[in-house]
Design a binder for this molecule. Structure first.
Ligand code: MN
Length: 234
């Protein structure tokens, strides 16, 4: 038995503080509307069970610490939005994981951007269609190096921020997550069997807005790291 063509490379993310170690990506899960103020700015009450969507693993745009990743402005949109998020990297999988046991499945954390073609997502919502074209496009998941959980210091007061061209656009704290990391893992693993290599984008705080080609984005989560991305014309 052999493949009929060369199998594509496995998407992977750098490991922070390592000499070139990488974290192979299995799936990318994303949590929708997980900060109250963002849910409100999108026209919702902020009180609903968590819901999920996925991006393809190869939507990852892996950016090293201190480097500036280049994200091509995607096709078909006139409204490319930034969503800064804490990304949870799963190291051991499972089904029906309870929140009380969830944190031992976490390998590490990273800073990510859930880039969104907001106009296409809005159209899909209006028509009751899937979100994939708005959320799951190529290069839609820029991500910084994954830091091992034991090296991270994440608590309720941990700040998550995003600057565009040096101006603060999004700032909040991890304590404002509606559903905690452990609760997200409980809900997710009831719906899918989690596996090593899964990434979970845990949701974005308020302040999402459009970026243009040429804009410089700097995302940061205290105790985890930073991610810099420049949007470039296609
Ligand atoms: Mn998001």
């Amino acid at each position: 038995m052999s493949h009929v063509f060369t199998a594509p490379a496995i998407a992977s993310v750098l490991v922070a503080g390592s000499a070139g170690e990488t974290f192979p990506v299995h799936r990318i899960y994303c949590v929708g509307r997980n900060y109250v103020e963002h849910a409100v700015e999108m026209g919702f009450t902020g009180r609903e069970p968590p819901f999920f969507f996925l991006k393809p693993a190869d939507a990852v745009l892996c950016v090293a610490e201190g480097e500036i990743g280049r994200m091509p402005y995607p096709s078909l949109t006139k409204s490319l939005h930034h969503e800064v998020e804490l990304v949870v990297a799963i190291g051991s999988g499972g089904r029906d994981i309870k929140a009380a046991d969830a944190m031992k499945h976490v390998w590490g954390y990273a800073v990510g951007l859930d880039m969104t073609r907001r106009d296409l997502q809005g159209e899909a919502k209006k028509l009751g269609r899937p979100w994939d074209i708005g959320k799951g496009f190529d290069h839609s998941a820029p991500i910084g190096p994954i830091r091992r959980a034991a090296e991270c210091d994440i608590g309720a007061a941990t700040r998550i921020t995003l600057e565009v061209n040096g101006t603060m656009r999004q700032q909040s704290t991890i304590g404002k997550l509606i559903w905690s990391i452990a609760e997200i893992i409980e809900h997710l693993s009831a719906a899918w069997e989690l596996a090593p290599g899964d990434l979970i984008f845990s949701g974005t705080p308020e302040g999402v807005a459009a970026v243009e080609a040429g804009d410089a984005l700097k995302a940061h989560v205290d105790g985890v790291g930073s991610l810099q991305v420049q949007i470039v014309a296609r």
